[in-house]
Design a binder for this molecule. Structure first.
Ligand SMILES: [Cu+2]
Length: 157
């Protein structure tokens, strides 16, 4: 019994399974079964980049500092946070999460807010999209005694 060979073959099988699970959807039409499993199909997603956070605490705008966004390039975004009546929110803590909901994977990097730019602007660095398709950018924002969450949908070609 050659254990090294067994491990090598097992690794290959896992790799092929992973690539099939993750990459298979991008170039194939989704089957009806897959469409039923997804909560939203990308066709009906709200892809606006300015919207109110879930509990209405903040009006948030996100914009890539690279236009167009290139796949597999690490780049930065600017997050703008206002109160609902349009006052810039200073001193916010913003935690970042997200990924591809249809593929059950997160960002390939760890995007982080690294700098407060003033006037309610925050620099989000280390963003990388490794695949075309539907990504979620999830922000958990705390400022003063207010905490709220918001999810942006991004569909990359
Ligand atoms: Cu993916």
């Amino acid at each position: 019994m050659n254990y090294h060979r067994l491990i090598f073959i097992a690794s290959l099988i896992l790799l092929v399974a992973f690539l099939t699970a993750c990459g298979g959807e991008s170039d194939a039409e989704p089957t009806s079964e897959m469409a039923d499993m997804a909560m939203d199909s990308p066709d009906e997603l709200d892809t606006s980049t300015e919207k109110m956070s879930e509990a209405g605490a903040f009006n948030v705008t996100v914009s890539s500092n690279t236009d167009p966004v290139e796949l597999n390039e690490i780049h930065s975004w600017t997050i703008h946070v206002e109160t609902p009546d349009g006052a810039a929110v200073e001193g916010a803590e913003i935690a970042v999460d997200g990924g591809m909901p249809e593929h059950n994977h997160g960002f390939p990097t760890t995007p982080e807010v690294t700098e407060e730019l003033g006037d309610g602007d925050y620099l989000l660095e280390g963003v990388k999209f490794s695949m075309a398709g539907w990504w979620e950018l999830k922000l958990a924002i705390t400022a003063g005694d207010q905490s709220d969450n918001i999810t942006f949908n991004l569909v990359l070609e």
